[in-house]
Design a protein around this ligand. Structure first.
Ligand code: SF4
Ligand code: SF4
Length: 102
């Protein structure tokens, strides 16, 4: 699926890492205050605020395949709504199959 990959990389404007990171962020929507700080610091541009129509939106990793595990999102979050986890594959599956308000 080279074409699909190319389109996704064009959208996000970043390269997909060749290997899975050792850790991934685990976003906890119920603790998120929607400040957007994690969105700003992610070097891969993979985090977005979802539910902007709501009083409090929630950050979510919408491009988990692009995460390099740098932990900048977790460091930036003042609400402790992001923790790094070693359950990388489980986290990727979660981001691909669920959304914060489901
Ligand atoms: S760990 Fe780094 S690359 Fe992954 S979502 Fe957080 S800031 Fe982005
Ligand atoms: S930095 Fe924390 S509180 Fe702010 S949007 Fe990201 S996860 Fe939510």
């Amino acid at each position: 699926m080279v074409v699909e990959k190319d389109i996704e990389e064009k959208i996000i404007g970043k390269k997909k890492p060749k290997k899975l990171p050792k850790k991934m962020p685990w976003f906890m929507p119920f603790m998120c205050d929607g400040c957007g700080d994690c969105v700003k610091v992610c070097p891969q541009g993979g985090i977005k605020l979802l539910g902007l129509e709501r009083k409090v939106p929630s950050a979510w990793l919408i491009y988990p395949d692009y995460c390099i595990g740098c932990a900048k999102c977790a460091e930036a979050c003042q609400s402790s709504a992001v923790q790094m986890t070693s359950y990388v594959e489980k986290a990727i599956e979660r981001y691909k199959t669920k959304k914060p308000f489901q």
